[in-house]
Design a protein around this ligand. Structure first.
Ligand SMILES: [Zn+2]
Length: 161
């Protein structure tokens, strides 16, 4: 696993990817396991992972880590704002290496999440805010489904379900 992959270099203000510093800054002890998991998250294509996907990557990388540990670590990371938790659907939660505000497409039935540039969505109308509240951020998940025409090919491909 490289600590200097292309995607990881896009992390925070274009600075290079330093898992050790990231953990220290977040107040988390940089254990080998945390360093490895941070590396896997930021090195993953698209950098959106569910706990199960990260668990699989960790096993493939030869880490002797349990799914429960992966869950706990992901929640520690998101509590520390190293990554962002994105609940999309029916208990499906993604963890995003990009903590900046941005939007997502989610392809229902394919468990696929795709970034949307934050400048490509604007709001014409906004609801009145509840008393005592201010907007902390607006993040949209646009749910997609395959058009009927494409369904046959997609169903043949994902016939496991
Ligand atoms: Zn994202």
């Amino acid at each position: 696993m490289s600590e200097h992959s292309e995607s990881a270099n896009a992390f925070r203000d274009g600075s290079s990817f330093r898992p050790y510093e990231i953990l220290l800054k977040a107040g988390l002890r940089p254990t080998r396991q945390r360093l490895d998991l941070v590396g896997l998250i930021f090195g993953a294509p698209g950098r959106h992972l569910t706990a199960k996907e990260l668990y699989q990557l960790a096993r493939e990388a030869g880490m002797g880590v349990s799914l429960a540990t992966v869950y706990n670590t992901l929640h520690q990371f998101s509590d520390a704002a190293i990554i962002k938790r994105i609940p999309v659907d029916r208990g499906v939660v993604y963890f995003d290496a990009d903590v900046n505000a941005h939007h997502h497409f989610y392809v229902d039935g394919e468990d696929r999440i795709i970034d949307i540039d934050s400048n490509s969505i604007s709001f014409l109308r906004f609801p009145e805010l509840p008393d005592g509240c201010t907007v902390a951020g607006v993040e949209v998940v646009i749910h997609l489904r395959r058009r009927i025409r494409d369904n046959a090919a997609s169903a043949a491909h994902d016939s496991v379900n």
